[in-house]
Ligand binder design. Structure first.
Ligand code: MG
Length: 335
């Protein structure tokens, strides 16, 4: 019979551990590379590869539009996609709190299966640890991903050039806003869902129309504002941002007004900031607007030689102001 909750015995490496792995993880992650051996045996990509890792501790672990499982695949797959890399393999390590409901763990594994399938990535190795009650909060997941960089693609935060166009692939701040509301600390009810999505398909479609993309970055923790500052710093350029062109869903805007928050600093988990030469911008925008997760893509600014390291914003009334530098952590445990 299936246990109702995770116990310390599930992490002890014996019979119950094998049962947990077989019944929950292998049941969802099965593929030829995922074996009972000590390491996965894989075929190396022919060209350059990208590798990245990320820990996920989001609280709550279930939220409108996703859960920690979906997020743990999207976060890593999207970081690979930002380098122009087709996601190939993932590993995942779970740290589970004793007493965590088995049903919830199953739901998390199922979301990971579905998201990995959509992204075309195989989960090839994993680890499960169980910590005593109160030693972790619910479940933490770390995923590591390896991808194959498409030939002829070179992206970096250091490659933005004056005259380039800045594109965002959809409305901003949904994930941060969703988590904030899900915590119920503010007593605000609004119909906001996370934008959490695997974006390799989005990047692949774009790279099919042009490989001349300078920067791709997913606007996760710290939001689009933080990413723009990172690009300005890495490339030694200025960013001229048209604040009126930044897409924000009305419900997110409403919550931000109530709480005095700036949507540009709220996390996204399914949005990319793209910097591309001006000549490529129209076709990039056209292909993005046909995409499943980028229908609201918009040009939000351009790269300048002036104001290196800074983001200058044109406001609703046409004034020029410096977008304040992102401060400390707005919300802990957002991803
Ligand atoms: Mg990233």
């Amino acid at each position: 019979m299936r246990d109702l909750a995770v116990t310390l015995a599930h992490g002890a490496g014996g019979k119950q551990t094998s049962e947990l792995i077989d019944q929950v993880f292998k049941a969802h992650f099965a593929n030829p590379a995922l074996t009972a051996d000590d390491a996965a045996v894989l075929t190396a990509p022919r060209g350059k590869m990208a590798m990245t890792t990320d820990g996920f501790i989001v609280s709550p672990s279930f939220f409108p539009g996703g859960n920690i499982g979906k997020l743990s695949i999207c976060g890593t797959v999207n970081d690979l996609a930002c380098m122009g890399a087709r996601p190939l393999y993932l590993s995942c390590a779970f740290v589970i709190e004793e007493g965590f409901p088995m049903e919830k763990l199953e739901e998390i594994a199922s979301a990971m299966e579905k998201t990995a399938k959509e992204a075309g990535v195989q989960i090839v190795s994993g680890d499960t640890k169980v910590a005593g009650k109160g030693q972790v909060d619910g479940v933490f997941i770390t995923t590591t991903g390896v991808g194959e960089i498409l030939e002829g693609v070179e992206t970096s935060g250091a490659m933005a050039k004056p005259g380039d166009v800045v594109i965002v692939t959809g409305d901003v701040g949904r994930h941060g806003c969703t988590i904030l509301l899900a915590r119920e600390d503010f007593g605000i009810e609004a119909d906001v869902t996370s934008d959490c999505a695997p974006l390799w398909g989005t990047v692949q479609d774009m790279l099919e129309v042009t490989k001349d993309i300078h920067v791709i970055r997913d606007a996760t923790r710290g939001g689009v504002g933080t990413v723009l500052y990172e690009i300005a710093g890495q490339s030694g350029v200025g960013v001229q941002l048209d604040s009126t062109a930044v897409p924000v869903a009305p419900e997110v805007q409403g919550v931000c007004r109530m709480l005095g928050l700036e949507p540009l600093y709220l996390a996204c988990e399914g949005r990319l900031v793209i910097v591309t030469p001006k000549e490529e911008a129209d076709k990039v925008l056209e292909v993005l607007r046909k995409g499943k997760y980028s229908g609201n893509a918009a040009i939000i600014g351009e790269i300048t030689a002036e104001n290196p390291g800074r983001v200058i914003m044109t406001t609703e009334i046409g004034a020029q102001t410096v977008l304040p530098q992102p401060g400390g952590e707005l919300l802990p445990r957002i991803c």
